[in-house]
Design a binder for this molecule. Structure first.
Ligand code: CP
Length: 306
């Protein structure tokens, strides 16, 4: 049952439900550019509450809502709202609950979306909670793998970069463990995947950890590159030790399969130089564009139940 359902963690969805979102997003693909002719969400209001910066998630949710005929409410900046006067997240959520049909929330604290969902009558969609989860990014990431590789099952996927703080890696690796995949995690020692996530996913799929990307790249169908999340480091000195650890070079890409797909949730800093953008393997801009049909599908499922 999708109607009025929260989406806080990717673990809230079964494999069948993930596949349902993918199939629906595929059916809406053309309307991601032109708008849905029937405007199925006309009369609905989506509130976007972003307590952290965002370009893709916020604007693709807004685009998805408008393409489906819904209206959008959102903060300009936190300084222009009563958050600046000290209003708590929970009070804000209880207020916006009365103004909207769904709340899309990004917050720096892990667990914020779960807490908000307990206080909101309208559904809460987690748009990223600290180093926790980013489930809608995961849906568009799996959609990208499906569209660009041609399948999700029987693939080998490598994650490189900040696997400790990268919430997109946490959500995506959990979701992929529902499929028949091999997962490789490439990072410096300080940025390894949290142990509790590794333990959870290795019960279901083959997991290997590496320090050297060159060694593993020939095996990969997908290389999922991540930014080192400077804003999540408690100590700036620790960030300096790992900054720039993995910068993807064309010479490294050439060691991989020609059919390998390079993904990145974006924004990037220096881990993917501009020279990589022109390689046929680079799909991260297409990946970002898939955010619109995937979020159109999700909003329709949650707001209309179909
Ligand atoms: N991928 C992603 O979450 O990007 P934004 O931070 O720009 O929303």
């Amino acid at each position: 049952m999708w109607l009025n359902r929260d989406l806080v963690s990717i673990g809230d969805l079964s494999k069948e439900e993930i596949l349902e979102v993918l199939a629906k997003a595929n059916s809406l693909l053309e309307y991601g550019k032109s708008g849905h002719p029937d405007l199925p969400l006309k009369g609905k209001i989506i509130a976007t509450l972003f307590y952290e910066p965002s370009t893709r998630t916020r604007l693709s949710f807004e685009s998805a809502a408008k393409r489906m005929g819904a209206e959008v409410l959102g903060f300009g900046s936190l300084e222009s709202t009563s958050v600046a006067k000290g209003e708590t997240l929970l009070d804000t959520v209880r207020i916006i609950d009365g103004y909207s049909d769904a709340i899309v929330l990004r917050h720096p604290s892990e667990g914020a979306a779960r807490l908000a969902s307990e206080y909101s009558e309208v559904p809460v969609i987690n748009a990223g909670d600290g180093a926790g989860q980013h489930p809608t990014q995961t849906l568009l990431d799996i959609f990208t793998i499906w569209k660009e590789v041609g399948k999700v099952d029987d693939t080998t996927i490598g994650f490189v970069g900040d696997l400790k703080y990268g919430r997109t890696v946490h959500s995506l690796s959990k979701a992929l463990s529902l499929f028949n995949v091999n997962l490789h995690f490439i990072s410096p020692e300080q940025l390894k995947l949290p142990k509790h996530i590794r333990k959870e996913i290795e019960k279901k799929v083959t997991v290997k950890e590496h320090k050297d990307l060159e060694e593993v790249i020939p095996k990969l169908d997908v290389l999922y590159v991540t930014r080192i999340q400077k804003e999540r480091f408690p100590d700036p000195e620790e960030y300096k030790k790992v900054a720039g650890t993995y910068v993807l070079r064309a010479s490294t890409v050439s060691r991989g399969k020609r059919s390998m797909v390079i993904m990145h949730p974006l924004p990037r800093v220096d881990e993917i130089p501009f020279e990589i953008d022109n390689l046929p393997q680079a799909r991260y801009f297409r990946q970002a564009a898939y955010g619109v049909p995937v979020r159109m599908a999700l909003l329709d499922l949650i707001l209309r139940g179909e």
